[in-house]
Structures are given as structure tokens and as C-alpha cells.
Design a binder for this molecule. Structure first.
Ligand code: CO8
Length: 274
């Protein structure tokens, strides 16, 4: 079970901003946990929900005590999409200019690793949120789907692109053209999820993976995340060249020297983040 060790600002809880749609906690050292908490609407992502997630990530970017983030919706639903009631009111120009786009960009650009614990429905924007994370631990009850076509829409927050790049054409086409969800086992086989666990233990496992990441030297973690992201983003030769440069850059870090020295001296490494 996950111990909740306080709010996002552990030193001064009074300074933590009020969050309505998400719960913020620290289940393990270096790990920030964001739990979407709108059970009455199956965790549908209204603008406020995305804004709160983006604001927590913005604060976490410069907070050295956050080394990895876990995003979840609990053991029953991850998120059943954009809030359809809210989105129904928007016309084309409203959608184009909407602040939601800014929040989605902030989530995608967050430099530290994000692990998603996905149980139950991850539909529409909920599936896109999971795909925007770096690792997905799925509960056996997880359902990933892009049902936008049923509403006369397409995935608007990168879902089609990320699915095509993550699991290839066949499954991406099936999901965006039919709107049919896939189960956890299919998501695992397709490379969408890294692991499948019982719904009650998926979050604990995600926190465990985040803790492992949080124990690694943070500069190397940051450049490693960028390297994998780049692989999905730009042409292969450019991506490999950028990896080579990041690899060389790390030769200047104290943590690399310490990591190598600790290995050779057969002792645990003491990383400083420099
Ligand atoms: N938005 C708002 N409310 C929702 C949403 C949602 N995405 N999903 C569920 N709810 C609400 C229901 O309206 C219902 O409210 P109420 O109790 O007041 O009637 C409550 O949650 C419970 O829902 P159900 O009774 O339907 O619960 P079930 O357990 O039977 O079913 C499902 C759960 C399968 C998740 C079902 O609710 C469903 O199909 N939801 C919609 C899923 C969907 O289509 N998601 C994609 C949305 S579109 C999107 O994300 C892309 C962005 C859209 C941008 C639009 C721009 C104009």
C-alpha cells in the first residue's frame, strides 16, 4: 500500500495551492504522485484538471525533491476522456485557441520521467494522457481507447500520432477508425504498457518503478528520457547524433565519475545531481 507523506509542498503545506480535481502526495522519496479525482464523471479531464496537472508539473520541474512523477486515476478509472459536457460548448476557433493546448504541451515537455498507473477506462484524452507519459503500468482491468470517431472527432491531443509511433499502423488504425478499446493484455503486447498487474497493485508497482528512477543520477535520467523521446520525434540519424552529444556531455558530470568509481570500488554510489 501507498503511504501518503504529505502534499506537494512538504515543508510548508499552507503554501500548497488548492487543487480541486487532483490529489497530490509523495508516496516515496523523490516521487510525486498525482491522482485524478473526479470519480462521478469517470475522471473526465476538464480544463481545470489539465491545468492542475500542468501546474504541478511546472512546480516539479524546478523542485529537486521530485525526481519522477506517477499519474493515476485510482484502481477503477484512469480517465474517460476530455469532459464532453465542457467541450460540447466550444466552436472551431475556441478549440484552436483554447488553453488546453498549452497544458497538453506542458505535460509533453515535462523533462522528468512520468509513470502512469492505468486501471479501468483510459479513453480519448485519458488514453492520450497515458500515452504522453513515459511508462505505463496497466491494471488487468485497463481499457485503452480512442472513441473520438464515435463523436465525429479525432484524437486531438496527439493520440493518433503517439499510437502510430508506439504500436505501429495496424493497431493504431483499428483504434482510431473503429473507436474500439483494447484491453491490458493487448496493450502489453503492443508496447503501450510495460507491465500488467492486478488493479490493486498497479499503482504500487508504478511508484516502485518511479522510485527506482528517482534513485538514479538525475542528469543522466533527464538526458536518457530526452534520447528515447527524440527517437520517436526526429529522423534516426539526427536522433543518434544527438544521443552521441548527450553521451559526451555526461562525461563532464560528477555523477558519472562517481558512478564509475563506485562500481570499480564495489560500493554504492552517492549521486549529487551534478
Ligand atoms: N466527459 C464527461 N462526462 C463523462 C465522460 C466524459 N468523457 N465519461 C463519463 N462521463 C460521465 C457520464 O456522463 C455520467 O454522468 P451522469 O452520472 O451525470 O450521467 C458518469 O460519468 C458515469 O458515466 P456512465 O454512466 O456512462 O458510466 P459507465 O461506467 O456505464 O460507462 C464509460 C463509462 C464507458 C467511460 C462511458 O461513460 C463513456 O463511454 N464515456 C465517454 C467516453 C468517451 O467518448 N471519451 C472520449 C471523449 S472525446 C475526447 O476525449 C477527445 C477530446 C474531445 C474534444 C472535443 C472538442 C469539441
Amino acid at each position: 500500500t501507498i503511504a501518503h507523506m504529505g502534499t506537494s509542498d512538504a515543508h510548508d503545506p499552507a503554501a500548497a495551492p488548492a487543487r480541486e480535481d487532483i490529489k497530490v502526495s509523495r508516496p516515496a522519496e523523490g516521487v510525486l504522485l498525482l491522482t485524478i479525482d473526479r470519480p462521478a464523471v469517470r475522471n473526465a479531464l476538464r480544463t481545470r484538471t489539465l491545468a492542475e496537472i500542468a501546474a504541478e508539473l511546472a512546480a516539479a520541474t524546478d523542485d529537486p525533491s521530485t525526481r519522477a512523477v506517477v499519474v493515476t486515476g485510482g484502481a477503477e478509472h484512469f480517465a474517460a476522456g476530455a469532459d464532453i459536457r465542457e467541450m460540447a460548448l466550444l466552436g472551431a476557433v475556441d478549440v484552436l485557441m483554447h488553453e488546453r493546448a498549452r497544458h497538453w504541451r506542458a505535460i509533453a515537455a515535462f523533462p522528468k520521467p512520468i509513470v502512469a498507473a492505468v486501471c479501468g477506462y483510459a479513453l480519448g484524452g485519458g488514453c492520450e494522457l497515458a500515452l504522453a507519459c513515459d511508462l505505463i503500468v496497466a491494471g488487468t482491468n485497463a481499457q485503452f481507447g480512442q472513441p473520438e470517431v464515435n463523436l465525429g472527432m479525432i484524437p486531438g491531443a496527439g493520440g493518433a500520432t503517439r499510437l502510430a509511433r508506439t504500436c505501429g499502423k495496424a493497431l493504431a488504425m483499428q483504434m482510431v477508425l473503429t473507436g474500439m478499446p483494447i484491453d491490458a493484455r493487448t496493450a502489453l503486447a503492443a508496447g503501450i504498457a510495460v507491465e500488467v498487474d492486478e488493479p490493486e497493485s498497479a499503482l504500487a508497482r508504478a511508484v516502485e518503478l518511479a522510485s527506482i528512477i528517482a534513485s538514479k543520477p538525475p542528469v543522466a535520467v533527464r538526458l536518457a528520457k530526452e534520447a528515447v523521446r527524440r527517437a520517436l520525434d526526429i529522423p534516426l540519424s539526427d536522433a543518434v547524433e544527438a544521443d552521441r552529444q548527450a553521451f559526451a556531455l555526461l562525461a563532464a558530470s560528477d555523477d558519472r565519475r562517481e558512478g564509475i568509481a563506485a562500481f570499480l570500488e564495489k560500493r554504492p554510489a552517492r549521486f549529487t545531481g551534478h
